[in-house]
Design a protein. Structure first.
Length: 409
């Protein structure tokens, strides 16, 4: 079977038919051979990952000359037993030509359209022998790849090799940390920055511990060190066993984190909201007890051209990315004050790596404390089609789960 695809800037539209129908050959129709070949290079790895053995070919034709489009596509159809036209995307006259050819070659041409948002394949020519109605389970990496980028955990090797393990024990720890944080997010952020500074400067051979003299800590943190040992956040972290503290007669203090994951959460301000959102998203399931989101990634760095080895890269970090089949959800998490520029960054990345199908979300814990600026942020978010998810001390886990479940719809 030959699949004829009308090349589109929305790359999901270009590849969905291949993933569904698993054709012997795909012919891309467009007016730029350079753009089509460049995109196919990005598609190949993803197609192979799904175990699809297919070849790609190209038909270059003006998008403004209907008769030429019909003629060139007729040549393809004449040499094949059966052709499937995917009507997702493409220029208007290409789609008109498909309609003309479906009437001219009724026994050889099938018309199909795949609804990316609800995973429904529509038979557009009354032939009920559809290819498939199975959803396509894309990963975050797959989605970024087809748009020419590369998703990684961070910019250095150590971070890249680390993956969060949302096991039951860690999820319980996330809930504890979130409860401590949400009582006073400003104090939390200050405290986490202090812990991060101490861990970075005084980390020992024991990765989970940092040991220092009190006078050194005073010098680095100024008066903040004394406050750090006495404030509510630090006290509660010790109380729940998320970190422990010991002192020597010589004045040395040793802070030890419960485990590596807890250390990472307690040494980067803003990390806890990302983890909390990710944990809730992972827990959402349908009536068949299957997770709604087939992939959830935290702290994803996106290299726009996929060439990590270059010295100069366009790189953005997205706090959380969810995948619902082929629909990507980009979430920016702000556990404190919000800069309006963050909305534009989120919108630019989401539209580049998801096109018209991407969902954009701002998860914020302090929006209700920002006064008049909050109204401006909400208005600007609405203009950019960004959904605001307010997460406060009164937001229950069930309510947040429901909000996250409804995002992709």
């Amino acid at each position: 079977m030959i699949l004829i695809e009308f090349f589109d800037t929305n790359h999901i539209d270009n590849i969905a038919g291949t993933l569904l129908c698993r054709p012997d050959k795909v012919v891309f129709v467009g007016n730029s051979i350079k753009k089509m070949k460049k995109s196919v290079k990005n598609y190949l790895d993803v197609v192979k990952k799904f175990g699809i053995q297919t070849t790609f070919d190209y038909c270059v034709v003006s998008r403004n000359w209907l008769s030429e489009i019909v003629t060139k596509l007729s040549d393809i159809i004449e040499n094949e037993e059966k052709c499937v036209f995917n009507l997702n995307g493409g220029e208007d006259l290409y789609l008109v030509a498909a309609g003309v050819l479906s009437q001219k070659y009724k026994d050889k041409v099938l018309l199909r359209r795949y609804n990316v948002r609800n995973s429904v394949l529509t038979d557009c020519d009354t032939d009920e022998n559809v290819c498939s109605v199975k959803s396509i389970q894309f990963s975050v990496e797959d989605n970024i790849k087809i748009y020419g980028g590369r998703a990684t955990k961070a910019l250095n090797k150590a971070e890249t090799e680390f993956n969060w393990d949302f096991n039951k024990d860690f999820c319980d720890d996330i809930r504890l940390m979130w409860e401590i944080c949400i009582e006073d997010t400003e104090l939390w952020n200050v405290q986490i920055n202090r812990l991060g500074a101490l861990a970075n400067l005084f980390g020992s051979a024991d990765f989970l511990a940092c040991t220092f003299r009190t006078e050194d800590a005073w010098q680095i943190l100024d008066s903040g060190y004394g406050n750090m040992l006495k404030n509510r956040v630090y006290t509660e972290l010790k109380r729940y066993g998320l970190l422990s503290e010991s002192k020597t007669e010589s004045g040395e203090v040793s802070i030890r984190f419960k485990n590596e994951q807890v250390k990472r959460a307690l040494t980067k301000a803003g990390q806890i909201l990302e983890l909390y959102i990710s944990m809730i998203a992972m827990s959402i399931k349908n009536n068949n007890d299957v997770p709604i989101y087939n992939d959830v990634k935290t702290s994803v760095y996106i290299d726009w051209d996929g060439k990590i080895e270059k010295e100069l890269n366009i790189v953005n970090e997205i706090d959380v990315i969810l995948m619902k089949d082929l629909v990507p959800v980009f979430i920016s998490c702000k556990n404190g004050q919000i800069d309006i520029d963050e909305l534009y960054k989120l919108s630019a990345v989401a539209e580049h790596f998801g096109g018209k199908y991407s969902k954009k979300v701002l998860a914020a814990s302090e929006l209700n404390k920002m006064g008049e600026k909050a109204s401006y942020i909400k208005a600007r978010a609405a203009e950019l089609n960004i959904k605001i998810l307010e997460v406060s001390a009164s937001t229950s886990e069930a309510a947040l789960r429901k909000s996250l479940e409804n995002i992709y719809k």
